[in-house]
Design a protein around this ligand. Structure first.
Ligand SMILES: CC(C)(COP(=O)(O)OP(=O)(O)OC[C@H]1O[C@@H](n2cnc3c(N)ncnc32)[C@H](O)[C@@H]1OP(=O)(O)O)[C@@H](O)C(=O)NCCC(=O)NCCS
Length: 159
């Protein structure tokens, strides 16, 4: 089997998206730095953790954070803001579990629709979101910086 052919089934692992505490924030900040050209700072992440409108989920192995995701929850809408997985741990179904965890939490909170934006050339993330039922509904021109790139808008009904 090629390295990039691994699937969740091949690993025999089922990931569970769990809640995040203040102790996880330094690792999440490190994930942000490794995964994004415009990372959220530790201060912003801590503010978000204290913000009742922001929800985090993480996949952890013991105390180690393998991936995390977050969303703004302004019922009836959920706006997925971040999904990031440790580069050493990709293609094992972690992001899929994170997205499902967010959608489940949003539904439980009463959201009926979830939105997200994704870079036009982020083929891996686009494939993940489309598999999870998100449908492309628009494009925001030059939405991103570092580098400047269009953003696709995706939406999914939930609940
Ligand atoms: C995009 C990202 C979150 C995916 O995380 P992941 O844990 O590797 O994703 P999963 O293993 O759950 O992938 C689920 C499916 O999505 C698709 N997918 C994920 N990454 C892919 C890639 N690089 N290329 C092609 N398809 C990909 C695949 O269909 C995959 O299923 P498969 O492995 O059985 O073929 C991760 O690559 C990452 O952190 N990237 C940097 C940050 C980022 O771009 N975040 C998203 C925008 S906010």
């Amino acid at each position: 089997m090629k390295e990039n052919d691994r699937t969740t089934e091949a690993f025999g692992t089922e990931w569970t998206a769990v809640g995040v505490t203040g102790e996880d924030i330094p690792q999440i900040a490190e994930l942000e730095r490794v995964c994004f050209s415009d990372p959220w700072s530790e201060a912003i992440l801590r503010e978000s953790l204290d913000n009742p409108l922001y929800r985090f989920v993480a996949v952890k192995e013991g105390a180690r954070v393998l991936g995390y995701a977050g969303m703004f929850l302004t019922i009836p809408e959920a706006q997925i803001a971040n999904v990031a997985v440790d580069p050493q741990m990709r293609r094992r179904g972690i992001a899929r579990s994170l997205v499902r965890g967010l959608v489940r939490e949003a539904a439980e909170a009463g959201a009926t629709v979830a939105f997200l934006e994704v870079r036009e050339h982020n083929a891996g993330a686009i494939s993940l979101y489309e598999q999870e039922g998100f449908v492309r509904v628009g494009m925001r021109k030059n939405y991103y910086d570092n580098p400047v790139e269009n953003g696709y808008v995706y939406v999914r009904e939930i609940g």
